[in-house]
Design a protein around this ligand. Structure first.
Ligand code: GLA
Length: 400
């Protein structure tokens, strides 16, 4: 009787152990590159290898970019036993060889699938093949799975994402699980024990403040995505991040807009997943993506998402509490005109009620570092006087 009870407890424990996500992954927001924003369905092994090379040679790897993620359309057909295979014309060497190549560069390998029977691009999805696919990915050396929500009719999101989480866990390979459910079912309320990041919105597009209507769905410009993050910061923490979508830096906006976009993603503690052609980027794009001091704001170990503390007339002052009682402060000019700022740090007491932090330059004098000019500006004793170009930012780190 006792033995049966013990076996019962043992089996319960095994089962219980299976029901979790990999902990201690993504303790800071994941950084990497994803093929979708610039290449859509035009993906092949040459592109992915060249991209891995460029991530190293451009200094992106050195700045922290790690995951090389192949988005939709890498798929071929399932074989007679149901195992998914890559498109043989586009990935003739196979995914294991590609994963090995990415790993040989000191980078990590990411892939894409979907909860439905078909992906958004009409390729085979994982529905009914979750455990088999997870096993296949682990065999290929996959380190990151983005899991989409197309053709999910009738599926319960918590159940669908939990199934894949469990399947990944069962492989024994630590795989970051990126939930791409577009915020439709408020994943920030249920996805913490399931994934390491979850999309909060529909797809991003490379414009400042537009909505691109595609009929049954829309994609959104940078400001539109930014505004949809309101109220979500309490849900982010090390190991679980709000994902406002992959970046559009280098995909056609102005230098100012790209710089503002990148700065704001850092203020949001967003995953920094580049979405441009890193093989051919301009010096300006490279300098934005590899600004280590801005990356450090995103990657701060405290893992607190920033928020707009002051909003007036097209100007916003975003703040983000950092480790060691430091702060990031980002002045955003959303308007179409240049804006002068005259900011007395001492007069602007800022309180973060969600995380019990206070930025009180009246009491504490901070040193001020301009993260884009890469210059020390003095202290918060001095009133900040500057001009911010339209659709641009000024970004500072305040240290003690
Ligand atoms: C959805 C996702 C995108 C991308 C495409 C691929 O739209 O939100 O990020 O993965 O599918 O088809």
């Amino acid at each position: 009787m006792k033995i049966i009870l013990l076996i019962g407890i043992f089996l319960f424990c095994i089962n219980f152990a299976a029901a979790q996500k990999f902990e201690n992954l993504a303790l800071t927001p994941p950084m990497g590159w994803n093929s979708w924003n610039n290449f859509g369905c035009q993906v092949d092994e040459k592109l992915i290898r060249e991209t891995a090379d460029a991530i190293v040679s451009s200094g992106m790897k050195d700045a922290g970019y790690q995951y090389v993620v192949i988005d939709d359309c890498w798929h071929g057909e399932r074989d007679t036993n149901g195992f998914i295979r890559p498109n043989p014309q586009h990935f003739p060497s196979g995914m294991k060889a590609l994963g090995d190549y990415i790993h040989s560069k000191g980078l990590k390998f990411g892939i894409y699938s979907d909860v439905g029977a078909k992906t958004c691009g009409g390729k085979p999805g994982s529905r009914g093949h979750e455990y088999q696919d997870a096993q296949t990915y682990a065999g290929w050396g996959v380190d990151y799975l983005k899991y989409d929500w197309c053709n999910s009719e009738g599926l319960n999101p918590v159940g669908a994402y939990t199934t894949m989480r469990d399947a990944l866990y069962k492989t024994g390979r630590p795989i970051v699980f990126s939930i791409c459910e577009w915020g439709d079912n408020k994943p920030w309320e249920w996805a913490k024990p399931i994934g390491h990041l979850w999309r909060t919105t529909g797809d991003i597009t490379h414009c400042w403040d537009c909505e691109e209507n595609h009929g049954s769905w829309s994609s959104w410009g940078i400001m539109r995505i930014l505004d949809k993050q309101k109220g979500l910061r309490i849900h982010a923490a090390p190991g679980r991040w709000n994902d406002p979508d992959m970046m559009e830096v280098g995909n056609g906006m102005s230098f100012s807009e790209d710089r503002a976009h990148f700065s704001l993603w850092a203020m949001l503690a967003a995953p920094l997943i580049a979405g441009n052609d890193v093989r051919k980027m301009t010096k300006e794009t490279r300098e934005i993506l590899t600004n280590k001091e801005v990356v450090a704001i995103d990657q701060d170990a405290l893992g607190i998402q920033g928020f707009p503390a002051i909003t007036e007339d097209g100007l916003e002052v975003w703040v983000k509490p950092l480790s060691n009682d430091e702060w990031a402060v980002c002045f955003l000019n959303r308007s179409n005109q240049v804006k002068p700022i005259n900011f007395d740090w001492k007069e602007n007491f800022i309180k973060d009620d969600n995380f019990q932090k206070q930025l009180d330059a009246g009491k504490t004098s901070y040193k001020v570092r301009d993260l884009w000019a890469k210059k020390d500006l003095g202290t918060t004793e001095t009133v900040l006087r500057a001009l911010i170009p339209s659709h641009d930012v000024l970004m500072f780190r305040l240290t003690r």
